[in-house]
Write a protein that binds this ligand. Structure first.
Ligand code: AP5
Length: 214
C-alpha cells in the first residue's frame, strides 16, 4: 500500500498517518519529522533546512528529494508506506512518480479557522515526535509524552506569523500538486473536520473504497 496524505498545515495529516500506518503495518514516512530530527542532531542537512523551516518556507527540492529517495529505498518501505508531507511541489511529485508511484492520494480538507485552532494547541514530543493537542488530544500527564516519557514542546513554526506564511506557501506551491493528482484521478478528498476518530473512520473508508483495506 503506497499512500500519500496531502492537506494544509495542521489538517491532521501526521495524527492520522501515524494511526493508519500502525494499523496497516507499513512505515510512516514524514518529511517534517525527518527534517526536525536532522535539525536536532545538527547534521549538515538540518543546518541547511532550519532557516527555511523556521520562516515557513519549503526546503529546496534537491535536498528533500535526496532524503526521501534514501528512505524509500530502505528494505521496510518495499511493501509500501504512508507518506506525510511529501510531495509538496510539482518537482517532488515527478520524483515520487519515478521512484514509487502512489496507489492513492488522500486529501484532508479542513477550514482555515480550524487549522489555527489545531496548530495553536499542538504540542510535540521532543524525543519521538508524537503529536498531542492541549484540548482535543491531551497527554495523560501534562507536558509528558504518553509513548516515551519525553518532554512536550510547541514547534517553533507554530507561532502565529509563521503559520500564516506556511499556509501561503501551501497555497502557492502545494495546491498545484493537489490539482495534478485530481486531474489524474488519484486524489480522494476526505472531510477533515470533526473529531480524530471521525476523520480516521472516513480515511479508512476511503482506503477500503480504493481496494487497499479489507
Ligand atoms: P511538516 O511537519 O510536514 O508540517 P505541515 O505540513 O505544515 O503539517 P503539520 O505537521 O503542521 O500538520 P499536520 O497536518 O501533520 O497536523 P497534525 O496531525 O500535527 O513540515 C514542517 C516544515 O518542514 C515545512 O514548513 C517545510 O519547511 C519543511 N518540509 C517538510 N516537508 C517538506 C517537503 N516535502 N518539501 C519542502 N519542505 C518540507 O495536527 C495538528 C494539531 O491538531 C495537533 O495538535 C493534533 O493533535 C490536532 N488534531 C489533529 N486532528 C484533529 C481533529 N480531527 N480534531 C481536533 N484536533 C486535531
Amino acid at each position: 500500500m503506497k499512500v500519500v496524505l496531502l492537506g494544509p498545515p495542521g489538517a491532521g495529516k501526521g495524527t492520522q498517518a501515524q494511526r493508519l500506518a500502525w494499523e496497516v503495518g507499513v512505515p510512516y514516512v514524514a518529511t517534517g519529522d525527518m527534517l526536525r530530527r536532522h535539525v536536532r542532531k545538527g547534521t549538515d542537512l538540518g543546518t541547511r533546512a532550519r532557516a527555511y523551516m523556521d520562516r515557513g518556507d519549503l526546503v529546496p527540492d534537491d535536498l528533500i528529494i535526496a532524503m526521501v529517495r534514501r528512505r524509500l529505498e530502505e528494505a521496510d518501505c518495499q511493501g509500501g508506506f504512508i507518506l506525510d508531507g511529501f510531495p509538496r511541489t510539482p518537482a517532488q511529485a515527478e520524483a515520487l512518480a519515478a521512484l514509487a508511484p502512489p496507489d492513492v492520494v488522500l486529501y484532508l480538507d479542513v477550514r482555515e479557522d480550524e487549522i489555527a485552532r489545531r496548530l495553536s494547541g499542538r504540542r510535540t514530543c521532543r524525543e519521538c515526535g508524537a503529536v498531542y493537542h492541549l484540548e482535543f488530544d491531551p497527554p495523560a500527564e501534562a507536558g509528558v509524552c504518553d509513548r516515551c516519557g519525553g518532554a512536550l514542546d510547541q514547534r517553533v513554526d507554530d507561532r502565529e506569523e509563521v503559520v500564516r506564511e506556511r499556509v501561503r506557501t501551501y497555497r502557492r506551491q502545494t495546491e498545484p500538486v493537489v490539482d495534478r493528482y485530481r486531474a489524474r484521478s488519484l486524489l480522494v478528498e476526505v472531510d477533515g473536520s470533526g473529531t480524530i476518530p471521525e476523520v480516521e473512520a472516513r480515511l479508512r473508508e476511503a482506503l477500503r473504497e480504493a481496494g487497499l483495506l479489507t
